[in-house]
Design a protein around this ligand. Structure first.
Ligand code: G1P
Length: 290
């Protein structure tokens, strides 16, 4: 049963300062919702029912956003503002639960995932990085398709997309031995490396920040030494896992936006704004006028 998803939200957000000085970067807005709401909605759409935030001091606005807000709900109800009331009441279906675990020290993504060990137990689970927003294309939701592939193959899945070769040092890079992956499909991974120098990179297939992993990864994370950037890297533990079992790279069909930096956040606002019924036409006209 694949129902748990770990979302690490303990990052400091230094790439979007000063906006993220007093509010979590995950609470920055894309059109009319905080980034984290898109990511949680993506998880819920793909069938996940237990959301586990890995968090830290100063980030409680994230948990509050998914909680009841009695005063606001009563006020909107009294004023008969049914649409606004619905917009805050229907963020999560009733059968979805949210838990949070503190990450005491910023020791890296691998360490953040390991903080969820007691909640994951032996279960397989997903990891979704909240910096990355994915805009679905007409042919559906990538996380849903990746979960289907996991169920049919039994292998862990890692979502990838091609990036410009000179940017491979910003990502975990996958080696599929030159095998072309059609969009929406998966293929076997032979190895992977976190943030390689362009000259040493095995490909330009970058890890996008969406994973479905066997529970076994927790044991391997416990034994993973600090790697790239002096941090405990999830990519290193997954690379070790390859000597025990197969993992597959899933080629995404949607568009990704890195909302952990200013330009990505701006692009996401434009792309999602051009799809939002309240803003699409006026934003299009404005962009034309520019
Ligand atoms: C993390 C992962 C990396 C992945 C990236 C996607 O890096 O370690 O493998 O490609 O997210 O955004 P970070 O961006 O946190 O340095």
């Amino acid at each position: 049963m694949l129902s748990k998803v770990v979302i690490p939200v303990a990052g400091l957000g230094t790439r979007v300062l000063p906006a993220s000085k007093a509010i979590p970067k995950e609470m920055l807005t894309v059109v009319d919702k905080p980034v984290i709401q898109y990511v949680v909605e993506e998880a819920v759409k793909a069938g996940f029912r237990h959301i586990i935030f890995i968090t830290r001091a100063g980030k409680s606005a994230i948990e509050d956003h998914f909680d009841y807000h009695y005063e606001l709900e009563a006020e909107l109800g009294n004023k008969g503002k049914a649409d606004l009331l619905a917009s805050i009441q229907t963020i999560l279906p009733a059968d979805v639960i949210i838990s949070s675990v503190r990450q005491p020290k910023a020791l890296g993504l691998g360490h953040a995932v390991l903080c969820a060990e007691a909640m994951i137990g032996e279960d397989d689970f997903a990891v979704m990085l909240p910096d990355m927003l994915i805009q679905d294309q007409q042919d559906g939701n990538d996380m849903t398709r990746m979960a289907e592939r996991y169920r049919s193959s039994g292998f862990g899945q890692i979502m990838v997309e091609e990036v410009p070769h000179e940017q491979v040092n910003l990502y975990g890079i996958i080696d599929c031995q030159g095998h072309h992956i059609n969009r929406g499909e998966s293929t076997r991974i032979h190895s992977m490396v976190e943030k390689p120098a362009p000259a040493a990179a095995p490909s330009n297939l970058a890890i996008v920040g969406r994973y479905i992993l066997p529970g076994r990864i927790m044991k391997l994370l416990q034994e993973t030494a600090a790697g790239s950037g002096g941090e405990i890297q999830l990519t290193d533990a997954m690379h070790t896992l390859l000597s025990e079992t197969q993992l597959e790279a899933y080629s995404m069909t949607g568009h990704s936006f890195d909302c952990g930096n200013k330009l990505g956040l701006l692009k996401a606002n434009i792309a999602f704004g051009l799809q939002h019924p309240e803003t699409a036409d006026a934003l299009k006209a404005y962009l034309h006028s520019l």
